[in-house]
Design a protein around this ligand. Structure first.
Ligand code: ADP
Ligand code: 5GP
Length: 188
């Protein structure tokens, strides 16, 4: 049996990375896809672990070689998921998570309608801004761009199969776990 594909999306700063780290510690049999990006690494980020950090030229060559299952421009950088990795992982029967933004999520759903889309919602736009600023990883211009993207993303999030509000972290983690448990036990 092939693995199941889960898509996790949500605005920058909503807590996707935080939730996924905890979730994957509890669910070591589920894999997280590592994307390619033209964004510069943040302090502490490791090539091949957090992302494959590549140049714009390399990214465009990969697009032209049809290597991406999906890709998108987000806040001035390119991000993409390698098709070969997704296919190999699912063919081994391993469940896989793509942590991607909403334009990429739409492309995946079109190509793989069985993929399960989960959108992480902030409790409020104000809280989102506080979290994004509190992370201290982006400059002011990038924060503004990401907050603008957030409004568009929250609208697109309405079309996802599931929504999880990340207010209290433990509660959000429990809700995420319930969704995965339900979908992974659903054999049809
Ligand atoms: P994303 O991966 O969605 O961009 P992060 O996981 O980096 O977001 O989280 C952004 C910031 O918000 C981090 O500083 C993180 O510690 C904090 N955060 C995440 N979830 C919560 C939560 N439920 N309550 C309070 N702060 C949170
Ligand atoms: P960040 O720069 O904060 O790591 O990521 C910015 C946004 O890009 C986030 O919404 C993240 O989910 C998304 N993202 C990360 N990897 C991919 C990818 O491979 N494809 C797409 N479409 N979005 C991605």
């Amino acid at each position: 049996m092939t693995g199941r594909l889960f898509i996790i999306a949500g605005c920058s700063g909503v807590g996707k990375g935080t939730l996924l780290k905890l979730f994957l510690e509890k669910n070591p049999d589920i894999k997280l896809s590592i994307s390619a990006t033209t964004r510069k690494p943040r302090e502490g980020e490791v090539n091949g672990k957090n992302y494959f950090f590549i140049s714009k030229e390399e990214f465009i060559a990969d697009v032209n070689n049809n290597e991406f299952l999906e890709w998108a421009e987000f806040s001035g950088n390119y991000y993409g998921t390698k098709k070969s990795f997704v296919e190999k992982t699912l063919n081994k029967g391993i469940d896989l998570i793509l942590e991607i933004e909403v334009k990429g999520a739409k492309q995946v759903k079109e190509k793989m309608p069985d993929a399960i889309g989960i959108f992480i919602m902030p409790p409020s736009v104000e809280t989102l801004e506080t979290r994004l600023r509190g992370r201290h990883t982006e400059d002011e211009e990038t924060i503004k761009k990401r907050l603008l993207e957030a409004k568009r993303e929250i609208k697109a999030g309405q079309h996802f199969d599931y929504k999880v509000i990340n207010d209290d972290l433990d509660e959000a983690l429990n809700n995420l776990q319930k969704i995965f448990d339900t979908e992974r036990n659903n054999l049809c």
